[in-house]
Design a protein around this ligand. Structure first.
Ligand code: TMP
Length: 202
Protein backbone atom coordinates (compact mmCIF):
# COMPACT_ATOMS: atom_id res chain seq x y z
CA UNK A 1 0.00 0.00 0.00
CA UNK A 2 1.02 3.62 -0.55
CA UNK A 3 1.48 6.23 2.18
CA UNK A 4 -2.01 7.62 1.62
CA UNK A 5 -3.90 8.10 4.86
CA UNK A 6 -7.39 7.00 5.81
CA UNK A 7 -8.99 9.55 8.15
CA UNK A 8 -12.47 9.34 9.66
CA UNK A 9 -14.74 11.90 11.34
CA UNK A 10 -17.11 10.87 14.12
CA UNK A 11 -19.49 12.35 16.68
CA UNK A 12 -23.12 12.49 17.71
CA UNK A 13 -25.59 14.15 15.34
CA UNK A 14 -25.33 17.95 15.76
CA UNK A 15 -21.68 17.96 16.91
CA UNK A 16 -20.52 19.99 13.88
CA UNK A 17 -18.46 17.15 12.43
CA UNK A 18 -19.43 17.76 8.81
CA UNK A 19 -18.50 21.48 8.96
CA UNK A 20 -15.18 20.45 10.54
CA UNK A 21 -14.65 17.83 7.84
CA UNK A 22 -15.18 20.34 5.00
CA UNK A 23 -12.66 22.73 6.55
CA UNK A 24 -10.14 19.94 7.19
CA UNK A 25 -10.41 18.55 3.64
CA UNK A 26 -9.89 22.02 2.17
CA UNK A 27 -6.82 22.55 4.38
CA UNK A 28 -5.32 19.29 3.09
CA UNK A 29 -6.13 20.14 -0.53
CA UNK A 30 -4.34 23.47 -0.10
CA UNK A 31 -1.26 21.48 0.85
CA UNK A 32 -1.51 19.68 -2.49
CA UNK A 33 -2.82 16.39 -1.11
CA UNK A 34 -4.91 14.31 -3.49
CA UNK A 35 -7.94 13.24 -1.49
CA UNK A 36 -11.38 11.75 -1.69
CA UNK A 37 -14.21 12.71 0.66
CA UNK A 38 -16.86 10.08 1.26
CA UNK A 39 -19.44 9.09 3.85
CA UNK A 40 -21.16 6.26 5.69
CA UNK A 41 -23.64 4.84 5.45
CA UNK A 42 -23.17 5.50 1.73
CA UNK A 43 -20.20 6.23 -0.47
CA UNK A 44 -21.24 3.83 -3.27
CA UNK A 45 -24.48 3.62 -5.32
CA UNK A 46 -25.60 0.55 -3.34
CA UNK A 47 -24.44 2.12 -0.07
CA UNK A 48 -26.50 5.24 -0.76
CA UNK A 49 -29.58 3.08 -1.34
CA UNK A 50 -28.91 1.29 1.94
CA UNK A 51 -28.50 4.70 3.62
CA UNK A 52 -31.97 5.71 2.44
CA UNK A 53 -33.42 2.54 4.02
CA UNK A 54 -31.33 2.78 7.21
CA UNK A 55 -32.28 6.40 7.88
CA UNK A 56 -35.98 5.98 7.22
CA UNK A 57 -37.18 2.40 7.62
CA UNK A 58 -37.90 0.89 11.08
CA UNK A 59 -36.03 -2.42 11.55
CA UNK A 60 -34.62 -4.81 14.14
CA UNK A 61 -31.46 -3.45 15.80
CA UNK A 62 -29.30 -6.32 14.52
CA UNK A 63 -30.66 -5.88 10.98
CA UNK A 64 -29.56 -2.27 11.31
CA UNK A 65 -26.08 -3.32 12.46
CA UNK A 66 -25.67 -5.82 9.63
CA UNK A 67 -26.88 -3.37 6.97
CA UNK A 68 -24.40 -0.77 8.24
CA UNK A 69 -21.61 -3.31 7.82
CA UNK A 70 -22.95 -4.54 4.46
CA UNK A 71 -22.82 -0.97 3.13
CA UNK A 72 -19.32 -0.69 4.64
CA UNK A 73 -18.10 -3.84 2.89
CA UNK A 74 -19.10 -2.36 -0.45
CA UNK A 75 -17.50 0.97 0.49
CA UNK A 76 -14.21 -0.60 1.61
CA UNK A 77 -13.85 -2.83 -1.47
CA UNK A 78 -15.09 -0.45 -4.16
CA UNK A 79 -13.92 2.95 -2.91
CA UNK A 80 -11.67 3.12 0.16
CA UNK A 81 -9.11 0.40 -0.55
CA UNK A 82 -8.69 1.23 -4.29
CA UNK A 83 -8.19 4.93 -3.48
CA UNK A 84 -5.56 4.20 -0.83
CA UNK A 85 -3.80 1.79 -3.19
CA UNK A 86 -3.45 4.46 -5.88
CA UNK A 87 -2.13 6.98 -3.33
CA UNK A 88 -5.30 9.03 -2.79
CA UNK A 89 -6.09 9.95 0.82
CA UNK A 90 -9.58 9.05 2.01
CA UNK A 91 -11.62 11.12 4.45
CA UNK A 92 -14.82 9.43 5.52
CA UNK A 93 -17.68 11.10 7.36
CA UNK A 94 -18.16 8.15 9.78
CA UNK A 95 -16.89 4.55 9.74
CA UNK A 96 -17.03 1.59 12.15
CA UNK A 97 -16.66 3.65 15.34
CA UNK A 98 -20.18 4.89 14.52
CA UNK A 99 -21.49 1.31 14.57
CA UNK A 100 -19.88 0.69 17.97
CA UNK A 101 -21.31 3.98 19.28
CA UNK A 102 -24.83 3.93 17.75
CA UNK A 103 -25.65 0.23 17.38
CA UNK A 104 -23.49 -0.83 20.35
CA UNK A 105 -23.88 2.05 22.84
CA UNK A 106 -27.17 3.47 21.59
CA UNK A 107 -29.12 0.33 20.68
CA UNK A 108 -27.39 -2.22 22.91
CA UNK A 109 -26.10 -4.66 20.24
CA UNK A 110 -23.42 -6.76 22.02
CA UNK A 111 -19.90 -5.55 21.27
CA UNK A 112 -18.73 -9.11 20.54
CA UNK A 113 -21.18 -9.30 17.60
CA UNK A 114 -20.02 -5.95 16.24
CA UNK A 115 -16.40 -7.02 16.60
CA UNK A 116 -17.14 -10.12 14.52
CA UNK A 117 -18.70 -7.98 11.79
CA UNK A 118 -15.76 -5.58 11.92
CA UNK A 119 -13.30 -8.46 11.60
CA UNK A 120 -15.22 -9.86 8.64
CA UNK A 121 -15.67 -6.56 6.80
CA UNK A 122 -12.34 -4.82 7.35
CA UNK A 123 -10.18 -6.93 9.66
CA UNK A 124 -7.00 -5.71 7.99
CA UNK A 125 -7.96 -2.05 7.51
CA UNK A 126 -8.34 0.58 10.23
CA UNK A 127 -8.35 4.38 9.98
CA UNK A 128 -4.92 5.98 10.50
CA UNK A 129 -6.63 8.78 12.37
CA UNK A 130 -10.12 9.46 13.70
CA UNK A 131 -11.35 12.89 14.78
CA UNK A 132 -14.11 12.53 17.34
CA UNK A 133 -16.23 15.67 17.70
CA UNK A 134 -17.39 15.54 21.29
CA UNK A 135 -20.10 17.87 22.57
CA UNK A 136 -22.59 17.96 25.48
CA UNK A 137 -25.82 16.38 24.25
CA UNK A 138 -27.99 19.43 25.13
CA UNK A 139 -25.83 21.60 22.84
CA UNK A 140 -25.96 19.05 20.00
CA UNK A 141 -29.76 18.79 20.35
CA UNK A 142 -30.15 22.57 20.19
CA UNK A 143 -28.17 22.64 16.97
CA UNK A 144 -30.33 19.85 15.51
CA UNK A 145 -33.58 21.62 16.44
CA UNK A 146 -32.89 24.10 13.59
CA UNK A 147 -33.19 21.25 11.04
CA UNK A 148 -36.55 21.06 9.27
CA UNK A 149 -36.73 17.26 8.96
CA UNK A 150 -35.04 14.76 11.24
CA UNK A 151 -34.15 11.18 10.22
CA UNK A 152 -34.76 8.01 12.28
CA UNK A 153 -31.56 8.49 14.31
CA UNK A 154 -31.91 12.24 14.83
CA UNK A 155 -35.41 11.65 16.23
CA UNK A 156 -34.02 9.54 19.10
CA UNK A 157 -34.22 10.80 22.69
CA UNK A 158 -31.48 12.54 24.67
CA UNK A 159 -30.65 9.35 26.64
CA UNK A 160 -29.91 7.51 23.38
CA UNK A 161 -27.40 10.19 22.37
CA UNK A 162 -25.88 10.20 25.86
CA UNK A 163 -25.18 6.46 25.45
CA UNK A 164 -23.78 7.06 21.97
CA UNK A 165 -21.54 9.82 23.30
CA UNK A 166 -20.24 7.68 26.17
CA UNK A 167 -19.55 4.75 23.81
CA UNK A 168 -17.53 7.05 21.55
CA UNK A 169 -15.54 8.40 24.52
CA UNK A 170 -14.88 4.86 25.76
CA UNK A 171 -13.47 3.94 22.33
CA UNK A 172 -11.32 7.08 22.33
CA UNK A 173 -9.95 6.12 25.77
CA UNK A 174 -9.08 2.65 24.46
CA UNK A 175 -7.35 3.94 21.29
CA UNK A 176 -5.80 7.29 22.27
CA UNK A 177 -3.21 7.11 19.47
CA UNK A 178 -5.80 6.71 16.73
CA UNK A 179 -8.71 8.79 18.07
CA UNK A 180 -8.26 12.53 18.73
CA UNK A 181 -11.09 14.11 20.70
CA UNK A 182 -12.12 17.58 19.49
CA UNK A 183 -14.06 19.70 22.02
CA UNK A 184 -16.76 20.72 19.57
CA UNK A 185 -18.75 23.08 21.83
CA UNK A 186 -15.93 25.62 21.41
CA UNK A 187 -16.21 28.42 18.82
CA UNK A 188 -15.76 27.59 15.15
CA UNK A 189 -12.48 29.50 15.21
CA UNK A 190 -11.12 27.50 18.15
CA UNK A 191 -12.16 24.21 16.54
CA UNK A 192 -10.43 25.26 13.31
CA UNK A 193 -7.27 26.10 15.26
CA UNK A 194 -7.28 22.60 16.73
CA UNK A 195 -7.86 21.10 13.28
CA UNK A 196 -5.05 23.11 11.72
CA UNK A 197 -2.62 21.74 14.34
CA UNK A 198 -3.66 18.23 13.33
CA UNK A 199 -3.22 19.03 9.62
CA UNK A 200 0.27 20.35 10.35
CA UNK A 201 1.16 17.15 12.21
CA UNK A 202 0.21 14.83 9.33
P1 TMP B 1 -24.84 11.38 9.22
O1 TMP B 1 -26.08 12.13 9.60
O2 TMP B 1 -23.65 11.79 10.02
O3 TMP B 1 -24.60 11.35 7.76
O4 TMP B 1 -25.07 9.83 9.65
C1 TMP B 1 -26.25 9.20 9.41
C2 TMP B 1 -26.75 8.51 10.64
O5 TMP B 1 -26.37 7.14 10.63
C3 TMP B 1 -26.26 9.09 11.96
O6 TMP B 1 -27.40 9.37 12.77
C4 TMP B 1 -25.47 7.97 12.59
C5 TMP B 1 -25.97 6.73 11.91
N1 TMP B 1 -24.98 5.66 11.79
C6 TMP B 1 -25.08 4.54 12.59
O7 TMP B 1 -26.00 4.44 13.40
N2 TMP B 1 -24.16 3.53 12.46
C7 TMP B 1 -23.14 3.58 11.56
O8 TMP B 1 -22.33 2.64 11.47
C8 TMP B 1 -23.03 4.76 10.72
C9 TMP B 1 -21.94 4.84 9.72
C10 TMP B 1 -23.97 5.76 10.88
Amino acid sequence: MSNAKFITFEGVDGAGKSTGLDWFAEALRKRGIDLLVTREPGGTPLGEQLREILLNQPMHVETEAMLMFAARREHVEKVIRPALQRGTWVISDRFSDASFAYQGGGRGVPLAKLEQLEQWVHGDLQPDLTLLFDIPIEVARQRLSNNASLDRFEQEKGEFFERVRQAYLARAAKSPHRIAVIRAEKSLQEVQQELSKIVASL
